[in-house]
Design a protein around this ligand. Structure first.
Ligand code: ATP
Length: 252
């Protein structure tokens, strides 16, 4: 569903994403993890067609994000790290606007359901400026899910959410994945996404260090980090140290 091949992104000559290749299948929830500056946001933005890649290709449901942007984006939902809302629109008006942009007919029952699930029903007539950080995040989630995207990207989605909000979001993502969506989310909080994600992509300095399941991650590094190592221990082992290990042969 999401197919990334040899993705390269340079900013003013500096490499932020270095030949990243991976795919996310329907039903999969992929956790994109890496330290600050690893290239997570850049990767998600390139997949979403916001920042054109310097090299490589991205396909969403078979559509090239650069060459067939409308077809690709129609099948994609992005929740950015900083939710961008319109200060003078209400929560409900955001959903109305989103439905028009994506041409979603009969959107109101789905919108009502999303607001109820995200505990926003009572705030449907509030202006975006009147909402808390977590509520704004939830509005961004509702808008991204309204057109039932087949590929869903979330950049640091836990920021600002309370424990109930996190659980609600995880339930929503699990259901979307069970319905066949490919989900990809970035996070620093490996412990928190460990139970949600079905696979992991570990990056550092824009390079792929590991791609596979939690069990594969443990199996591959148990000898070096120890049999009782947590996923976080393995993450530190992989992402800290004087230099990034070579990407060659890193993919599972
Ligand atoms: P964080 O965990 O801190 O959010 P990240 O893994 O999301 O980091 P990116 O934001 O993708 O990392 O940044 C990767 C690299 O690209 C960094 O070196 C960053 O300075 C650089 N970078 C990101 N955006 C830009 C930009 N608009 N212009 C120039 N350089 C950029």
């Amino acid at each position: 569903m999401i197919d990334v091949r040899e993705l390269i992104k340079r900013y003013e000559g500096r490499i932020a994403v270095d030949r990243l290749s991976f795919a996310v299948q329907p039903g999969e929830i992929l956790g994109l993890v890496g330290p600050n500056g690893a290239g997570k946001t850049t990767t998600l933005r390139a997949i979403a067609g916001i920042h054109p890649p310097s090299g490589g290709t991205v396909h969403i449901a078979g559509f090239d994000v650069e060459r067939q942007p409308i077809e690709a984006k129609r099948r994609l939902g992005l929740i950015p790290d900083e939710p961008q809302l319109f200060s003078t629109l209400t929560v409900w008006e955001h959903l109305d606007f989103t439905a028009r942009v994506y041409g979603v007919r009969e959107w109101k029952p789905a919108a009502e359901r999303l607001l109820a699930e995200l505990e926003l029903a009572e705030r449907r007539d509030s202006m975006a400026d009147e909402l808390s950080r977590g509520m704004r995040q939830k509005v961004a989630v509702a808008c991204a899910l309204l057109h039932q995207p087949q590929a869903l990207l979330l950049d640091e989605p836990l920021t600002g959410l309370d424990p109930r909000g996190i659980r609600t979001l995880y339930d929503l993502l699990r259901r979307r994945a069970a319905d066949g969506a490919a989900v990809m989310l970035s996070s620093h909080l490996l412990g928190q996404i460990e139970g949600l994600c079905t696979s992991f992509l570990v990056v550092r300095q824009g390079r792929l260090l590991f791609h596979g399941t939690r069990d594969e991650l443990r199996a591959r590094y148990a000898e070096q980090v120890g049999p009782d190592a947590t996923l976080e221990d393995i993450f530190f082992h992989l992402t800290e140290g004087p230099a990034a290990p070579p990407a060659a042969g890193a993919a599972a």
